[in-house]
Design a protein around this ligand. Structure first.
Ligand code: BEZ
Length: 254
């Protein structure tokens, strides 16, 4: 899941944020990996979906830019191949039959999206398929509004995310020879685990905003965000984040 070079807390990711790959299991049905196929899993994180692709008989390579996540992935799945690389700019000597990515590509800022798509297209054999899901236009809009309110309007400039619409992303894919067979944008409200679910989510995924602050100031900001978001996102004891997904199935032209 991770593409930032920052230190990810792989244990927190595993314990509290397993929904990231649990939702991705459904995306695997679209990928439909076949025995013997060479598949690249971009933003593989701790490797759960990489392992699931391998279980179906494909020859899979997991790619992630977080050494912490990959250390965990290699420990859990020592038989699999994992590569430390930047999802915005990578290349492989042999082409893949398919490139898969779950909950990663929104971490590639807009200015690097072109490089990422160019790398994906170059990694595919002619006719190879690209199956991906990530945060789409309007993703976490309520959380972003709270970030703006608590941290000031400059929060947008610090955002590490790009949440494109279909109209933004499909032309980008086509420019790089990827034909879009299917694209959808849909709400997927995502429940978090436990009373501290949003606190954990903010500390895991909001590092870009919190890292420059002292620990005390960061705690204060997280507390402010939690209280700001409580009326909208906390219902009957459950925190639910306003995720919106973009899902793409494309293939490289022959
Ligand atoms: C997402 O999966 O949509 C997401 C995760 C963390 C931060 C922002 C978006």
């Amino acid at each position: 899941m991770s593409v930032s070079t920052s230190a990810w807390d792989a244990a927190l990711y595993q314990d509290q944020h397993s929904f990231v790959w649990r939702y991705g299991a459904n995306l695997l049905e679209l990928l439909d990996p076949q025995p013997g196929e060479r598949i690249l899993d971009i933003g593989c994180g701790t490797g759960q979906l990489t392992q699931e692709i391998a279980r179906r008989g494909a020859l899979v390579t997991g790619l992630d830019s977080s050494a912490e996540m990959l250390a965990d992935a290699r420990k859990q799945f020592p038989q699999l191949t994992f590569v430390l690389a930047d999802a915005a700019r990578f290349d492989f000597p042999e082409p893949f039959d398919a490139v898969f990515s779950n909950a990663c590509l929104h971490w590639i800022k807009q200015k690097h999206a072109e490089g990422s798509v160019a790398s994906i297209a170059a990694a595919l054999r002619p006719g190879g398929r690209f199956v991906a899901e990530f945060g789409g236009h309007g993703n976490i809009a309520i959380v972003q509004a709270a970030l703006r309110k608590v941290l000031g309007t400059g929060a947008d400039d610090r955002s590490p995310w790009y949440f494109p619409s279909i109209g933004d992303y499909a032309p980008l894919l086509e420019r790089h020879g990827l034909e879009v067979g299917n694209a959808s944008l849909f709400d997927r409200p995502t429940p978090l685990e436990g009373e501290d679910g949003l606190d954990h989510w903010l500390r895991m995924f909001g590092q870009t905003y919190l890292r420059p602050l002292s620990p005390e100031h960061a705690d204060h900001v997280v507390h402010q965000l939690v209280e700001e978001l409580r009326p909208a996102l906390y219902r009957n004891g459950i925190w639910t984040v306003d995720y919106r997904r973009i899902r793409i199935v494309a293939s490289r032209r022959n």
